[in-house]
Design a protein around this ligand. Structure first.
Ligand SMILES: Cc1cc2nc3c(=O)[nH]c(=O)nc-3n(C[C@H](O)[C@H](O)[C@H](O)COP(=O)(O)O)c2cc1C
Length: 193
C-alpha cells in the first residue's frame, strides 16, 4: 500500500505537519509506504492554469502529479482556518483531478481550540467527493495542537495517539478494500477517459 500524505499548512510556526510526521512513521510501522508531500517544499502559486503551463511551474506540477498518481491512497492534513480547511490545500488540490480518481482519502484536521478542526474536516470530506475520490467516514481531529507534541515533535497526547491508531485501523481497512476491488477489476471504469 502506497500512501501519500498531503499537508496543507505552510505558515511559519505551523503545527499541522507534526501529526503528518506521526502518521508517516505509524504507516511505515504498519508496512505501508508513506510519502509525505509538504507544500512548503513544493510551493504552488494561486492557480492560473491547471496544467501548470508556465515553464517554471511544469517540473513542480509534474513532480507532484507523479507522486499523487503513485499513491494508492491519500491522507489530507489541514489546519482549521476561519472555520474551514486551508486555502493552500484547496489551491493545491485544484491543480489536479485524475490523480485522485476513485482513491481512498483520509482527513486529518488540526486546531488550536478544543474542537480539533471539525468544520475543516467535514468540509474537506465534501471536496473529496468532488475530486471523484472516496472519503473515509472517520476523521482524525487534533485539538489543542500546540500542547499535543513535545519539542522533538513526538506526540505526547495519549488521547490523540489513541485516536490516530483507531484512524489508521479504519483507514488501512478501507484503503485495502478499495485497492483489492480495483485489483480484482471490480472498480475499473475511470472517471476521466
Ligand atoms: C488564519 C487563521 C485562522 C484560524 N481560524 C481558526 C478557526 O476558525 N478555528 C480554530 O479552532 N482555530 C483557528 N485557528 C487556529 C489554528 O487552528 C491553529 O493555529 C493551528 O495551529 C493551525 O495549524 P497550523 O499551525 O498548521 O497553521 C486559525 C489560525 C489561523 C492562522
Amino acid at each position: 500500500m502506497k500512501v501519500a500524505i498531503l499537508t496543507g499548512s505552510v505558515r511559519s510556526g505551523r503545527q499541522s505537519h507534526k501529526i503528518a510526521h506521526h502518521l508517516e512513521r505509524k504507516l511505515r510501522e504498519r508496512g505501508a509506504e508513506a510519502d509525505l508531500i509538504d507544500l512548503a517544499e513544493t510551493p504552488l502559486p494561486i492557480l492560473e492554469d491547471r496544467s501548470g503551463r508556465p515553464p517554471q511551474l511544469q517540473a513542480t506540477v509534474q513532480g507532484l502529479s507523479a507522486r499523487l498518481r503513485r499513491a494508492d491512497a491519500l491522507v489530507f492534513v489541514t489546519p482549521e482556518y476561519h472555520g474551514s480547511f486551508s486555502g493552500v490545500l484547496k489551491n493545491a488540490l485544484d491543480y489536479f483531478w485524475e490523480e485522485f480518481d476513485k482513491k481512498p482519502i483520509g482527513v486529518v484536521a488540526v486546531s488550536a481550540g478544543k474542537l480539533g478542526g471539525i468544520n475543516a474536516s467535514t468540509q474537506l470530506q465534501h471536496v473529496i467527493l468532488s475530486l471523484g475520490a472516496f472519503p473515509l467516514p472517520l476523521k482524525l481531529l487534533v485539538p489543542e495542537v500546540q500542547s499535543a507534541f513535545d519539542e522533538s515533535l513526538q506526540l505526547r497526547s495519549e488521547q490523540v495517539a489513541k485516536a490516530a491508531d483507531r484512524f489508521l485501523d479504519e483507514y488501512l481497512w478501507f484503503a485495502r478494500a478499495i485497492v483489492q476491488a480495483k485489483q480484482a477489476g471490480e472498480i475499473s471504469r475511470p472517471l476521466v477517459a
